[in-house]
Design a protein around this ligand. Structure first.
Ligand code: SF4
Ligand code: SF4
Length: 164
């Protein structure tokens, strides 16, 4: 979903074209879009007339220049975005695993711990289409965790959920 923002560009990254759903042209999570050009990183075959959802989407790496270059999603192996919901006690940080195993690696676990310890986010790790794990800051009570997971999982019906 290549875009340009304040000098930062998607470059060869097409990670969200795999992890995300963008409506009828790409309904499934964690599946390559049929419009991705065959060679990895070559981009979108319908760029210019790609869906509005693709045109508007900006992952955290693209929209927040404070993230270093090595965290570009195709390099880091994880696409990050934030879902704000007035009924959740904190914003939901969603970590979409693009490269298998990245979120369970030492670097991945360290990043998840850091973001959880910041107490700024509920962290949701999406390892694949049917595997989700939640990490809650200590300030969120056990009772709240349960209701939050129920609420969030309504968006991901049928998936396996682990809560930490
Ligand atoms: S239509 Fe293009 S930009 Fe949108 S997901 Fe598919 S390949 Fe990516
Ligand atoms: S994951 Fe981010 S950097 Fe990569 S193509 Fe999508 S919006 Fe661009």
């Amino acid at each position: 979903m290549p875009e340009v923002r304040e000098g930062r560009t998607c470059g060869e990254c097409t990670a969200c074209c795999y992890t995300h759903s963008v409506g009828p042209t790409k309904p499934d999570l964690f599946a390559p879009c049929s419009h991705c050009k065959p060679s990895p990183g070559a981009g979108c075959a319908i760029y210019g007339s790609h869906p509005i959802g693709c045109q508007k989407y900006r992952c955290m790496w693209l929209s927040m220049p404070g993230f270093p270059e090595e965290m570009r999603p195709d390099r880091f192996g994880v696409v990050m975005d934030v879902h704000a919901d007035a009924e959740l006690p904190l914003p939901l940080l969603i970590l979409w695993q693009f490269i298998p195993g990245r979120l369970q690696s030492e670097n991945g676990r360290s990043f998840v711990s850091k973001m959880t310890a910041s107490e700024n986010y509920i962290v949701m790790c999406l390892y694949g289409p049917s595997d989700i794990e939640f990490f809650f800051p200590s300030a969120v009570s056990e009772a709240e965790r349960e209701s939050n997971v129920t609420r969030i999982c309504a968006l991901f019906t049928g998936n396996t959920v682990k809560v930490a």
